[in-house]
Design a protein around this ligand. Structure first.
Ligand SMILES: [Mn+2]
Length: 252
């Protein structure tokens, strides 16, 4: 039977993702829990590898969401005040270094662009799994403190619908931005989003056996940047070092 792997925050490091895929068998599964784009050297490449490999399922991260939001702004230009569009473009392309992804996206064919948009729109926000008798919640950042589950189950992008403009997304939701520990009775919660390097560390962060932050900072493009690959079947952890850095100077 196939194994179940989890990693996070690939951030346009396609060669590191390739190293993960090379380690996997045909019947294994990989959950990449968000942030396929931005900060790394490979534009749309990592995102497209995840799209095209049937062993992979990607959850939405804040960077993927900001990219989708920018694309929805383009599509709905006439329905939005210019100030809203300006804010959204600035937040992603300038504050969060989305400009390289934006440029890479523009180089794709129109049909490939549509395929990418559809893929992003259909990403899960939260995924519930049972592996080896143990129950897991996977989410990019956190479960919002005020979010009430009727029962714990998978969540789609519907939970990120913007209240004011339904075709946009709530970019600031704690599902994709929260930097706090989520606890759920009976579940092991696995998140990414907050790199170890953000805290001056370089390996995964863990609370008991109920919460893991596995982001080890590929976004930083530093010597200590690496990908944590967690196998849920036996909680085996492997670190894959960064292979190639983005060549633009400041990408935080
Ligand atoms: Mn993130």
């Amino acid at each position: 039977m196939g194994k179940t792997y989890v990693c996070s925050d690939i951030h346009a490091h396609a060669d590191v993702l390739q190293a993960v895929l090379d380690r996997m068998n045909e019947d294994d599964r990989l959950y990449m829990i968000g942030d396929a784009v931005d900060k790394g050297p490979d534009g749309m490449e990592a995102l497209k590898m995840l799209m095209d490999d049937p062993r992979c399922e990607m959850l939405i991260g804040n960077h993927d969401l900001m990219m989708l939001q920018n694309l929805m702004c383009e599509e709905h230009r006439d329905e939005l005040p210019q100030s809203v569009i300006d804010d959204i473009f600035f937040r992603w392309q300038v504050l969060n270094f989305g400009w390289a992804s934006w440029n890479a996206f523009q180089e794709e064919s129109e049909s490939e662009q549509q395929r990418i948009i559809e893929y992003l729109k259909t990403r899960p926000v939260l995924k519930v799994l049972e592996v080896g008798g143990r129950k897991f919640i996977l989410v990019h950042a956190a479960v919002p403190r005020d979010y009430v589950f009727d029962s714990i189950h998978d969540l789609s992008m519907d939970v990120l619908t913007d209240p004011e403009y339904p075709f946009l997304y709530d970019w600031k939701s704690d599902f994709v931005w929260g930097r706090f520990v989520t606890r759920a009775d009976g579940y092991t919660v696995i998140v990414g989003h907050t790199p170890a390097q953000y805290r001056g560390e370089e390996y995964i962060r863990q609370k008991g056996d109920y919460w893991f932050d596995i982001d080890c900072g590929l976004a930083y493009n530093e010597d200590s940047s690496k990908l944590a690959l967690l196998r849920l079947d036996d909680m085996n952890l492997e670190y894959i070092p960064i292979m190639r850095r983005a060549d633009f100077s400041d990408r935080r």
